[in-house]
Design a binder for this molecule. Structure first.
Ligand SMILES: N[C@@H](CCC(=O)N[C@@H](CS)C(=O)NCC(=O)O)C(=O)O
Length: 198
């Protein structure tokens, strides 16, 4: 039994859910309501945090470790250490964007700085990489973990109602649109909630 444990939101777990769905892995999507993640629940995770993941082979916490596990298992993280490092570098840039997002909520000035400086710093690189790869992939000419990570980052920017940030990045917008139409994922996207708080 494969289970993803997270709060009732997209947040850090959504890329994991999308990857599992894409690869046809049936999983239980266990969602805690905020405030109902008890000490007992925490004790079943590694660090008392979510997301947490379990399947027949592993129990593991930390978003990036879970995604790396799935990416390795499904052979979308490069064929050698150089490729893996390049793909991983693109993936980790999404963490920088969301760390910047969550630390910029305090004032209108810092929100503006996020929209006009911090986020574009990374998104312009995604745009360049996509253009270099014919618009289809972030890395090379094959689907990799980087595609899942950047799709989810762009998707989350829209979900957080920050979509205007993407106005200057047409290749990113087109990539996001095409990813939404992948046949392995359309049913999942059509069924998921659009009202979770995050
Ligand atoms: N670096 C960790 C951070 C995990 C994290 O901060 N999770 C939050 C939810 S997004 C959490 O579990 N908060 C509840 C708590 O710490 O009690 C990861 O990426 O998995």
């Amino acid at each position: 039994m494969t289970t993803v444990y997270y709060f009732n939101g997209r947040g850090r777990a959504e890329c994991i859910r999308v990857m599992l769905t894409y690869f046809g892995v049936k999983f239980t999507d266990t969602r805690y309501e905020m405030g109902k993640f008890t000490e007992e629940d925490k004790s079943r995770t590694t660090f008392g945090q979510l997301p947490h993941f379990e399947d027949a082979d592993v129990k593991v916490s930390q978003t990036m470790a879970i995604e790396l596990y799935l990416a390795t298992k499904h052979h979308i993280v490069g064929k050698n250490p150089v490729e893996t490092a390049q793909i991983h570098s693109i993936v980790l840039s999404t963490n920088d964007v969301f760390q910047a997002y969550f630390t910029s909520r305090a004032t209108e000035e810092s929100k503006l700085k996020f929209r006009t400086e911090m986020a574009p710093r990374y998104i312009k690189v995604w745009e360049k990489l996509l253009k270099e790869n014919g618009g289809k992939h972030l890395w090379g000419n094959t689907l990799t973990w980087a595609d899942f990570a950047i799709f989810n980052a762009i998707d989350y920017v829209f979900y957080l109602k920050e979509g205007s940030i993407m106005d200057n990045f047409p290749a990113c917008v087109a990539f996001h649109k095409e990813f939404l139409q992948l046949p392995q994922l359309t049913a999942y996207f059509a069924a998921r909630s659009t009202t979770t708080p995050f």
